[in-house]
Design a protein around this ligand. Structure first.
Ligand code: UGA
Length: 438
């Protein structure tokens, strides 16, 4: 008999995990404390934008293998309970807020069957899993807890969940590993690498991976600063170093840097946890990674001032992109919106376009102007900032849109547009780390 699974928390991670596990043949019940989310998901509506997820959700609801509830007692039937709740940054500091993880454990503990397994997937500070396991055993001595970090990227969540590049399981007992091997039998058949670890290592793998990715992005953005100072071109530099397989060409896209609900808060939480452990020196460099990342946002604003004037009062600025990255409607710590809000606060009139993220952006920044239409966003603008590299922006015809703007100046904050094409259409074109040849 196939295992029954429960998924606690139905955000980007949980909703995707639930639908994907159902598609592999398991009976899955998704739980969330927010009744609106449960109602939407039960009707086949995903409360956020994630390519391919809605189709998968609808198909799995139809198959009857997938259901959603806001009553925790409905999960009692499951053999494995995945904790997929968020761990946001605390309000007044760098640490991760564990309130949702702790309350998930408290509420599920007594409903776990004898021999049942709780599996944490949320990103947590090292040491959390052991504490949670001890608490679980106190409340329910016949249960066990494992940690199975998740590496999915928003925008590719379904693909990354169904075909992960590795599976990492932190376990104390062989029996927990055996259950997880049953859950991931399809991936194991496809030879997905399987890494068994202890609980702290499994937790650390996740933050180490995100720290490495953040470091790679800030490294190339630091090189962009040096290119600007010396007349180099960071896109050529990235291409050239990326040919070395030890370096690799991915995550070397220079621009306005990383945002979202993961990389920024994960490196900060890692620093906070390392300090508690007396190991702060080991990750001191992450402070610089964070600083380089935030500096990229200021460098764009400097370029705007250079092209328009120091005084931005009354200037019309058009912004393409609000999401923290393309193929997502997530605006958490979005560099595009941070830049837009700062320029607006300096007195400019900023209009922001995004194909999917406007409604989320509006909630966070009600003072900005938003438009669903590219032409009206650009209308009469004195400068255009390309801040999230949606494909539709690469398809813009620079000759056509030159007719609607007041002054044809494009700043590419993502190094994703074709500079020659824009220049040949008569635009002044600038990009971070590529200020040569103007
Ligand atoms: C990230 C990790 O990539 C996932 O592996 C991880 O599972 C996830 O966090 C998580 O912890 O849950 P995600 O936040 O979806 O995934 O976004 P990324 O694709 O990593 O992009 C993060 C930011 O870096 C975006 O703002 C993106 O625009 C920026 N970025 C990315 C660059 O500025 N340059 C690059 O070359 C790549």
């Amino acid at each position: 008999m196939a295992l029954k699974l429960s998924v606690i928390g139905t955000g980007y991670l949980g909703a995707t995990h639930a639908a994907c596990m159902a598609s592999l043949g398991f009976n899955v019940i998704g739980f969330d404390t927010e009744p609106e989310k449960v109602a939407l998901l039960s009707q086949g509506k995903v409360p956020f934008y994630e390519p391919d997820l809605e189709e998968l959700l609808i198909a799995q609801l139809k198959s009857k293998r997938l259901t959603f509830t806001n009553k925790v007692e409905d999960l009692a039937d499951a053999d494995v309970h995945f904790i997929c709740v968020g761990t946001p940054q605390i309000k007044n500091g760098n640490a991760a807020d564990l309130i949702y993880v702790n309350s998930a454990l408290e509420s599920i503990a007594k409903h776990v069957k004898p021999g049942g397994l709780v599996v944490g997937k949320s990103t947590v500070p090292v040491g959390t899993a052991t504490k949670l396991r001890n608490r679980l055993l106190e409340l329910n001595p016949k249960a066990d807890l494992a940690w199975n970090p998740e590496f999915l990227r928003e925008g590719f969540a379904v693909e990354d969940t169904l075909r992960p590049n590795r599976l990492v399981v932190g376990v104390v007992n062989d029996s927990a590993e055996k259950i997880l091997k049953e859950v991931y039998a399809t991936n194991l058949k496809e030879n997905t690498p399987w890494v068994r670890a202890d609980l702290p290592t499994a937790e650390l793998v996740k933050v180490a991976a995100n720290s490495f990715l953040a470091t790679k992005i800030s490294f190339i953005n630091a090189m962009a600063e040096v290119c600007e100072a010396s007349g180099g071109d960071v896109t050529v530099l990235a291409k050239a170093i990326g040919y070395d397989p030890r370096i690799g060409n991915r995550f070397l896209q220079a621009g306005i840097g990383f945002g979202g609900g993961c990389l920024p808060k994960d490196i900060r939480a890692f620093m906070a946890r390392a300090e508690e452990l007396g190991a702060s020196q080991a990750v001191e460099f992450l402070k610089e990674i964070d600083a380089i990342n935030l500096r990229a946002r200021q460098r764009i604003i400097e370029l705007v001032r250079k092209d328009l004037s120091d005084d931005l009062v009354g200037k019309k600025v058009a912004v393409l992109g609000a999401a923290f990255k393309p193929d997502s409607d997530d605006v958490r710590d979005s560099p595009a919106l941070d830049i837009s809000a700062q320029i607006q606060a300096a007195g400019a009139h900023v209009t922001v376009h995004d194909p999917k993220a406007i409604s989320n952006a509006q909630k966070r920044f009600p003072g900005l102007n938003f438009s669903q239409d590219i032409n009206s966003t650009l209308m009469d603008s004195e400068i255009v900032l390309h801040l999230t590299e949606w494909k539709i922006y690469r398809d813009i015809d620079p000759k056509q849109v030159k007719k609607v703007v007041k002054t044809a100046i494009m700043i590419d904050g993502r190094n994703a547009l074709d500079r020659d094409l824009w220049r040949s259409a008569g635009w002044k074109f600038r990009a971070l780390g590529r200020t040569t040849g103007e």
